[in-house]
Design a protein around this ligand. Structure first.
Ligand SMILES: Nc1ncnc2c1ncn2[C@@H]1O[C@H](COP(=O)(O)OP(=O)(O)OP(=O)(O)O)[C@@H](O)[C@H]1O
Length: 940
């Protein structure tokens, strides 16, 4: 019955009547001592199951999920009113059931309420919605827990079993549950060792390369479970984690496995075999009952991740669709889900209602393998806050204490008549009236630390993952399947990286942001939670390959390192103080990130850079949000805002609920902004795809246009998934290749730069050398001209005849030319002489001739003169030879001049010739003749 009193009209469920006749014995194998208490023999289980299966089909039973009565009271009522529901027969095999026209194809159930409530009639707020609740009025303690909420489930044996401390280990607890089957199981569990291996006769079914290598090896886990009973499963794999959550540790329990392998059966169960979630909830109240020294505030939320959008299963469907839940980063690596409805629960019945509502909104559909397959990942979260009670443990103690100032002071609205916590009467909880509302604080109403007593906060997350699957015959299912597979693939990659990091002590980037699921699980997967994973497998031969990949996932997750810590908030957590601390922490993180950006961005791929930007934007957003909250709180503190502050609020085009707290308004605002942002993005991408689409005929109907646009959008989404998948698989290797290539090219570039610097230096030196050579050439030229003039004069004066030929091979008139010709002919001699360029360079590069590039090139320059050398030599016309010869001639001439007597020359002639001779007969200087007097043009 719904809260508003209407009885849900539920469709009649027709289950396939194929009797379940497992050929293998059904047993529970685990080291857990408690499981022995439940070690029903295979025959007993089988009989029990068969007898259940023979019960008539129950009308009004819609959900296979969570239909168990949650208290003795309700159980007895239901037992008297209606016959028991048979268990859904276990499908013999999940292989595709072609040609089964008798099985009706149940339509998809997108957010349809299987209950009677119309989504439109659904109240937008629940009485237990956090916005309506004073946390002090909804505390649960040992006195308030009703007997019916815990009876029948307290397992004293388990409580005493101190050795069962899986939840306290730093490793993920990993268990395998083999679903019963009609056909022969391909897997052989080894009793007592918690291991299982593939029956060798089925090894041909293990097709993938990874599985074939491990197909002969046994797999070891914390527990290997078989059979249909859910209680031993709960006791073995979940109870210690529920206990840990009650003690202040975050705990996550999730089921992973191929479609139709039994995940939902394990987590939710059915009416006669309640699964982990209902059992855990019952245990929560049992724990509270056994802990009189503490009082608790319990809040639950329920969401699903469908096609990569997060949907609040507790919000009215229309609202949930319009306000998709956003995942934001909070302080200390926390993840904030907003807007997400949290409902305070004070009894098992309250939880049952919440679960029922959520289940009704979940997306399930008939697939080729599972009549009611979960098409989304569902996450049920229970936030547990607790603090010690006063000295005597009575609620009245609290009345003498300070009222919970931070909560009530922050919005300045003291609850009229509020004097502390009211213990609900025996008849159940007093529904907190609207007046009792308090500012919920971050993420909901918070239990405030009082009188030095700290508040512990933890979250218990129970997750039913959608099953991995092959392509189905249905288009819509295939599309969902792609999203499911992509997010499971990301989960696998994240787990793989975490396991690798733990094993090799590395800190590689973990791609949490590649899927909503991993982003949401980030705080838990990164260590701050105790995790238990139940991997479900289908034992049939046709599913060996999928089972093998599930087992490999299980093996990997076993290596993830955990380090769960209790979260305790001490007395200083007045809201403002807490906000300030969070702001400081966020600012520090932001600054750290910003400082890292230049270095990191070089290393990160484009996708990681987008993630990085997003993370920084999240941090910024949160800082702004908190700053605003502080401002609001500060104003409230100073009494600047009172209940009549409405006129100070900005005029808004939409109706504002002025009874909302500033925090809620902020939340609403943020949600609205995010929605606008996501819509803007959507518009942009639609515009882009519109531009890219093939032109439609002008006369195309609106329908055709819409269809085409829808197809395009769908293709784009699919491509996005494929790209993400590719990036997922190829991102890391590609990045490595890119890094290698970059490294190689950077080295090459540096080498080239060095070479280029050397060449520039070489060029400078060359230019200098050229300058010097030019000067030398000019000098030589001048000397040559002077000499030529001198020789001409010499010849014309007939002085050549008076010089002894032994002293000087002096040309006779016209003899200079003859001498030159003679020299040219004896080239073999002059060829051996160094070229002028060589001489000059050697001379100019003294001290650095070895390293001179010129010198390096000299050999080749000789073999094939460089352009410079060639030009120079052509220009000089063999000046090197001439200069050498002429120097020799000059030397001889000078010597000769000593023999020339004054009278022979005559004062004028000698002066003209030598430019003057000093007293000792040495030449003072030479007269350089003009061009006209140069009689040896052929020298050039
Ligand atoms: N251990 C079990 N004992 C008895 N019945 C089982 C068991 N495990 C699974 N089943 C039955 O097998 C069918 C498929 O199981 P279930 O829906 O839990 O699979 P699933 O893994 O959640 O599939 P999906 O991923 O498609 O949602 C259900 O009818 C369920 O009742």
């Amino acid at each position: 019955m719904s809260r508003n009193g209407t009885v849900p009209s539920t469709p009649i469920r027709t289950s396939r009547m194929t009797p379940f006749t497992p050929k293998r014995s059904l047993s529970v194998q685990s080291n857990a001592s408690s499981t022995s208490s439940a070690s029903t023999t295979a025959d007993q289980q089988l009989n029990a199951r068969l007898s259940r299966a023979n019960q008539p089909v129950l009308l009004n039973s819609t959900h296979k999920k969570y239909k168990a009565p949650l208290s003795v009271e309700s159980r007895s009522k239901s037992a008297s009113l209606k016959p028991r529901t048979p268990l859904t027969p276990v499908p013999g095999t999940p292989t595709k059931k072609d040609g089964t026209p008798s099985r009706p194809r149940t339509p998809n159930t997108p957010r349809s309420r299987s209950g009677a409530e119309s989504p439109y009639l659904m109240p937008s707020t629940s009485e237990m919605d956090v916005s309506n609740v004073d946390p002090e009025q909804v505390l649960v303690d040992s006195q308030t827990v009703e007997a019916g909420d815990v009876s029948g489930e307290i397992d004293e044996a388990w409580l005493k079993a101190a050795e069962l401390n899986h939840g306290k280990e730093d490793k993920v607890m990993v268990s395998i549950r083999i679903r019963p089957s009609d056909s022969t199981s391909a897997w052989i569990p080894t009793p007592g060792t918690n291991s299982l291996k593939l029956d060798p006769s089925f090894s041909k079914h293990a097709t993938s390369s990874s599985s074939s290598t491990s197909s002969n090896l046994p797999f070891n886990f914390d527990a290997v479970l078989t059979g249909t009973l859910n209680k031993p499963v709960y006791t073995t794999v979940a109870r210690s984690h529920v206990q840990a959550a009650m003690e202040g540790y975050n705990a996550v329990i999730f089921a992973y496995g191929q479609t139709a392998s039994g995940k939902t059966f394990t987590l939710s169960g059915d009416e006669s075999e309640p699964g982990i979630i209902p059992r855990a909830m019952r245990d929560v109240f049992g724990f509270i009952k056994r802990t009189p020294e503490r009082e608790y505030l319990l809040r639950c939320s329920y969401l699903e991740i469908y096609n990569e959008t997060v949907i609040d299963l507790l919000a009215p469907p229309m609202m949930a669709k319009a306000n998709q839940v956003q995942i934001q980063g909070g302080a200390g690596g926390e993840v904030i889900l907003t807007p997400l409805r949290e409902e305070v629960v004070t009894s098992l019945k309250g939880v049952k209602d919440v679960l029922k509502r959520g289940e009704g909104n979940r997306r399930t559909a008939c697939t080729d393998w599972n009549e009611r397959s979960s098409r989304s990942h569902s996450v049920f979260r229970l936030v547990v806050e607790s603090r010690e009670r006063g000295v005597s443990g009575s609620s009245e103690d609290d009345d003498d204490e300070e009222p919970s100032t931070p909560a009530s002071a922050v919005n300045g609205r003291q609850t009229p008549g509020f004097t502390g916590r009211q213990t609900p009467g025996l008849g159940g909880r007093q529904t907190p009236g609207p007046n009792g509302r308090q500012t919920p604080g971050l993420g909901g109403p918070r239990l405030q630390a009082r009188g030095g007593r700290s508040v512990q906060t933890s979250v218990l997350s129970l997750i039913d993952l959608a099953g991995s699957e092959k392509a189905t015959s249905d288009k819509e299912r295939t599309r969902e399947g792609k999203y499911i597979n992509t997010s499971l693939l990301t989960l696998g990659t994240v787990i793989g990286t975490l396991a690798d990091n733990a094993a090799k002590n590395k800190a590689d980037h973990v791609p949490y942001r590649n899927s909503k699921l991993t982003r949401m699980l980030q705080p838990s997967l990164s260590g701050n939670a105790r995790i238990s994973v139940i991997c479900t497998i289908n034992p049939d031969a046709g599913a060996v390959s999928e089972s093998m990949s599930t087992l490999l996932f299980a093996k990997r997750i076993k290596n993830v390192q955990l380090n769960a810590k209790k979260k305790e908030v001490v007395d200083t957590d007045a809201l403002i103080e807490r906000y300030r601390k969070e702001i400081e922490e966020l600012k520090a993180r932001l600054a750290e990130r910003e400082a890292e950006v230049p270095v990191r961005s070089r290393r990160l791929s484009a996708r990681e850079q987008i993630d990085e930007t997003r993370a920084m934007r999240d941090l910024n957003g949160r800082i702004q949000q908190l700053t605003k909250l502080i401002l609001t709180s500060a104003t409230v503190e100073e009494g600047k805002v009172d209940d009549n502050d409405d006129e100070e609020r900005p005029a808004s085009p939409v109706k504002i609920d002025f009874d909302m707290s500033p925090y809620q308004l902020q939340q609403e605002l943020l949600a609205a902004r995010l929605q606008i942002e996501s819509q803007a993005n959507q518009i942009l991408s639609l515009e882009t795809s519109l531009l890219a689409r093939p032109p439609l005929p002008a006369d195309a109907s609106e329908n055709e246009k819409d269809k085409l646009i829808a197809e395009q959008t769908k293709t784009i989404r699919e491509l996005e998934i494929v790209i993400r998948g590719y990036e997922e698989n190829l991102g890391e290797p590609l990045r490595k290749v890119k890094e290698d290539v970059e490294k190689e090219w950077i080295e090459k570039l540096e080498e080239e730069q060095k070479k280029s610097e050397k060449s520039e230096k070489w060029a400078d030196e060359l230019v200098k050398a050229l300058e010097k050579e030019k000067k030398a050439r000019q000098t030589l030229e001048e000397e040559r001209r002077a000499l030529a003039t001198f020789v001409t004069r010499f010849d014309s004066l007939g002085l050549g005849q008076s010089i002894p030929p032994t002293k000087l091979k002096m040309p006779t008139p016209g003899g200079a030319m003859a001498t030159y010709t003679e020299r040219r002919q004896s080239r073999s001699f002059s060829a051996r002489l160094p070229r002028i360029s060589d001489v000059t360079i050697t001379r100019d590069m003294t001290g650095n001739s070895e390293s001179s590039p010129m010198r390096l090139d000299r050999a080749s320059a000789r073999a094939q003169p460089s352009l410079f050398d060639q030009d120079m030599l052509e220009e000089l016309g063999g000046v090197a030879d001439v200069s050498f010869d002429e120097m020799e001639v000059e030397r001889q001439l000078l010597e000769t001049s000593i023999y020339i007597t004054q009278p022979q020359l005559g004062s004028t002639g000698a002066d003209k010739l030598f430019g003057g001779v000093d007293k000792g007969g040495a030449v003072k200087g030479r007269e350089v003749f003009g061009d006209k007097e140069n009689i040896l043009p052929q020298f050039l």
